[in-house]
Design a protein around this ligand. Structure first.
Ligand SMILES: [Zn+2]
Length: 329
């Protein structure tokens, strides 16, 4: 009897110790998921350290990018150039304050800035902070607002997994349809864009197919595969005139372990995305026809994040950034 009791006590003790170790490990690994120090004040300090040309209060709507790209393709070619090209290099879920992280030599952001690029804050969510957002600060609404130049009241994508309205076509489609460009390519790993039931761009894929438009929708298995597809696209002599690629390290790490400037893994994820971007830009510069091409290069994000999520109204979720090799005017 006594022995049985001893065994029982030992078993319970072992379970308790294991639970404590497990719980402790979990709390340690997830210590940035509920970062108390990720305050608005801290956020604004880091924003200031980046050196943005505008402020949170004067941030541009992310929908403006549509007009900037549209105008790029429709304006006259500069002297000595024979071809217009553009690329959006998207860092999904990349907060605007994380650009204060000192980057390495292989940084797309630093490379563009060293070449005189502009750097500005933008906002997602339909209205600027601190107003309550009118659409989710999420992936599908964000990218769709950039690609259509409209908010969700027009494009209809109020959240992920809602097929977009064809009342607002994407730049890929309108520019190709009007013959302003020959072709466009959309490269991503997330199935929610055009690869699953109720994915955002399914109506657009169908429309492009029905109208024989040269717009390719390329779903890749992971970021490495997306990056490989981008490099292959750029290396092609006759590459698409407009390329849209989304890299997701920041979104993945943010959802897993916390979107915060204090999370070293989130910083590392930004640097990983930025290294992909760097290689894409280097590949563009390596094109044989680069000297006669007029490239608009834009790096931006769809939304930020807070804790392990996004979608709501906080400043950390609302602000995005735009680095581009052109003045914002
Ligand atoms: Zn996203």
């Amino acid at each position: 009897m006594k022995n049985k009791k001893k065994i029982l006590i030992t078993i319970i003790s072992v379970i308790l110790v294991l639970a404590l170790i497990g719980g402790g490990t979990y709390l340690y690994v997830m210590r940035y998921a509920f970062d108390k120090n990720d305050t608005e004040e801290f956020y604004r300090q880091n924003i200031a350290a980046v050196g943005y040309e505008n402020t949170v209060e004067t941030a541009y709507p992310q929908t403006d990018l549509y007009d900037i790209i549209d105008e790029h393709f429709r304006s006259e070619l500069p002297e000595g150039k024979t071809e217009k090209k553009a690329i959006i290099i998207g860092y999904d879920g990349c907060r605007a304050d994380i650009l204060a992280v000192k980057s390495e030599d292989n940084s797309a952001v630093s490379t563009l800035l060293n070449d005189g690029a502009s750097i500005n804050l933008a906002y997602c969510g339909g209205v600027n902070y601190p107003e309550i957002n009118t659409q989710d600060t999420s992936t599908a609404p964000g990218w769709c607002s950039i690609l259509t130049g409209q908010w969700a009241d027009v494009h209809g994508v109020t959240a992920n997994y809602i097929p977009k309205s064809m009342d607002a076509k994407t730049l890929m489609t309108t520019l190709t349809e009007e013959g302003i460009i020959d072709s466009a390519a959309f490269i991503t790993k997330w199935a929610g864009h055009f690869s699953k039931k109720d994915a955002t761009y399914l109506p657009e894929v169908e429309y492009c197919g029905d109208h024989g438009l040269h717009v390719s929708f390329n779903k890749c298995d992971n970021d490495e595969a997306s990056h490989k597809a981008v490099l292959e696209e750029i290396a092609d002599e006759a590459c698409s005139d407009f390329i849209f690629v989304i890299y997701e390290p920041t979104d993945s790490v943010g959802h897993g372990k916390g979107f915060t400037f204090n999370n070293p893994e989130y910083k590392e994820a930004y640097l990983r995305a930025d290294a992909y971007g760097y290689e894409a830009i280097e590949a563009i510069k390596a094109r044989e026809t680069y000297e006669t091409e007029d490239w608009l290069i834009i790096i931006t994000s769809d939304h930020g994040g807070k804790g392990t999520g996004h979608g709501k109204e906080s400043i950390q979720e609302r602000m995005t950034f735009v680095v581009m090799n052109k003045e914002w005017n």
